[in-house]
Write a protein that binds this ligand. Structure first.
Ligand code: G4P
Length: 522
């Protein structure tokens, strides 16, 4: 029998893994994919990462600096669920990309290195999840190495993140003696990801052949304490973002991964409702809606295509259907939507809310775009952050100015940089959140367009989107400060200030002008 829309939607779990670099995100992703049969051998994700890194010139940056710039999605099925993992770049210079990706997930797995606890990137990413009420499942990784005391880690999560912890499993042994996890509610031991033994922690047999003698009493004591003293799992509090279920394990050694994937299936929410300008769209609404949160070029160097990653918010996407692009009101044929598995892409014949499909295009789609079956609605909430660094692009060959303009426009549409066109006609200014984005821009302009460029400091260092309740007020400000006004890709005005002092000064002089550090795509 054909699956109903509601059934298809309820099986979907779309999540991201958030972590400080090196905590084990790649290893864990790989192990999750192994479970789902999306890959056959451990090492494929990493190997793919390495292969991709050697593919095109601009990715040299990644290779040289050992960072991952590429964000992508991977789909797999396990038990009855369809999982979509959205990968995010770990490096903070690409934070805007990560934040946009987090708008497309319904849950997040927070990976913590058991020896290091909450690290700065974890904290930052957690804050974004909290802003969006994204429920979080915690995986405390690397228990096979020297680690902190589990209670201490839980305390740190509670204190630093103001998030209640409900340990679901407890580690058996530490570092060299780490040999599995104990499920606190089910009284089950998982000695590896395949083996399960129903037992009570107080059963002498349970510890005697697992732990060295001097560790047994302590394990029983602390496990009983964990059961007694820690908060029990509360699904409502979890879904509201107040409580996180905690799993201990070792992604590298296959401990705890299965409990984590089971929890994702069991606890993580199905696709959420999405807020649009005219109404809230429910995941089970019949008509297809989707939004674009990421554009990626160069996925395949043989085809200079651009893939727009779209999160389906409702209905059913069917290959060949026509969609309405809200920004332009024009029709777009979805002839080749794609799913991404770890090692290949595949045409997506049908996709449901929660799924992420790649839509190949030649520049029609931009970040923040909404696609519908005809309804004129626009999803809210894909953020654009005010850049921290503003530069003018200096072209070594002045004859190629037109080509540069086109290239910059494309890079801005992909979200590599932001582009601002000054009102006074002076050369464009590019803005980025992190300096590495400039390196990527430079490499790509050279590799893809043959344009050698350098960057010059501009006299501006701060950028704010401006608006006013009264259009006349905005006009007055724009006219008075014409030399400091520019337009972004959507033709929305920004005020460019030399420093935060002059920004404050102007904000006081023109109280009717709203100056925003964040813009939501529309
Ligand atoms: P990231 O994506 O979060 O940056 O982390 P990644 O998975 O690449 O893991 C970072 C390092 O930590 C890797 O070692 C990886 O093998 C190791 N690691 C991940 N999970 C565990 C674990 O549960 N236990 C232990 N002991 N190590 C773990 P590397 O030496 O940097 O890389 P590799 O060359 O060994 O792959």
């Amino acid at each position: 029998m054909a699956e109903s829309l509601a059934e298809a939607v309820s099986r979907r779990r779309t999540f991201a893994i958030i972590a400080h670099p090196d905590a084990g995100k790649t290893t864990l992703t790989e192990k999750l994919l192994l479970f789902g049969g999306a890959i056959q051998l451990a090492g494929e994700v990493k190997a793919k990462k390495d292969r991709m890194q050697t593919r095109s010139d601009w990715m040299k940056i990644e290779r040289e600096r050992g960072i991952s710039v590429v964000t992508s999605v991977m789909t797999f099925e396990y038990n009855d669920n369809v999982f979509n993992i959205l990968d995010t770049p770990g490096h903070e210079d690409f934070a805007d990309d990560t934040y946009r990706t987090l708008t497309a997930v319904d849950a997040a797995v927070m990976v913590i290195d058991a020896a290091k606890g909450i690290e700065p990137r974890t904290l930052k990413l957690f804050e974004v999840c909290r802003m969006r009420d994204i429920p979080i499942i915690t995986f405390i990784n690397k228990m096979d190495r020297e680690s902190r005391d589990p209670f201490e880690i839980l305390d740190e999560v509670e204190e630093k993140l103001a998030l209640d912890c409900a340990p679901v499993t407890w580690p058996i042994g530490r570092s060299k003696t780490f040999c599995g996890t104990y499920h606190l509610a089910k009284n089950e031991v998982r000695a590896s990801d395949t083996q399960e033994i129903m037992t009570k922690v107080t059963d002498p047999e349970m510890v005697s052949h697992r732990l060295p003698e001097n560790e047994r009493d302590a394990f029983v004591e602390e496990t009983l304490l964990a059961i007694e003293a820690c908060k029990p799992f509360d699904k409502k509090a979890f879904l509201e973002g107040h409580l996180t279920p905690v799993f201990f394990g070792s992604a590298l050694r296959n401990f705890g991964v299965r409990d984590l994937i089971d929890a994702l299936g069991e606890f993580a929410p199905p696709p959420r409702d999405q807020v649009a300008d005219i109404r809230t769209v429910q995941a089970t609404d019949n008509k297809m809606t989707a939004f674009v949160f990421k554009i990626q070029a160069n996925m395949d160097p043989n085809h200079r295509d651009r893939i727009a990653f779209a999160r389906i918010c409702s209905g059913k996407l069917e290959r060949g259907m026509k969609a309405r692009l809200s920004r332009t009101g024009k029709q777009l044929g979805l002839t080749a939507p794609q799913f991404f598995f770890a090692s290949q892409r595949q045409l997506a014949d049908t996709a449901y809310a929660g799924d992420v499909v790649g839509i190949p295009n030649h520049g029609t789609l931009r970040i923040g775009d909404t696609l519908t079956e005809g309804e004129a609605l626009v999803f809210q909430g894909v953020p654009n952050f005010s850049p921290e660094i503003l530069r003018r692009v200096r072209l070594e060959d002045a004859m190629k100015a037109k080509k540069l303009k086109e290239a910059l426009q494309q890079m801005a549409e992909e979200g590599v940089v932001q582009l601002f066109q000054p009102e006074d006609g002076s050369p464009a200014i590019v803005g980025v959140v992190g300096a590495l984005q400039l390196d990527v821009l430079k490499e790509r302009l050279m590799a893809e367009y043959g344009l050698p460029v350098s960057f010059e400091t501009s006299r501006f260092s701060v950028c704010r989107w401006i608006s006013a309740d009264q259009p006349a007020e905005l006009e007055k400000f724009v006219t008075a400060r014409r030399g400091d006004i520019a337009r972004d890709l959507d033709n929305d005005p920004v005020f460019l200030a030399q420093d935060s002092f002059s920004l404050r000064y102007e904000a006081e002089r023109y109280p009717a002008i709203k100056m925003a550090a964040l813009k939501e795509y529309h």
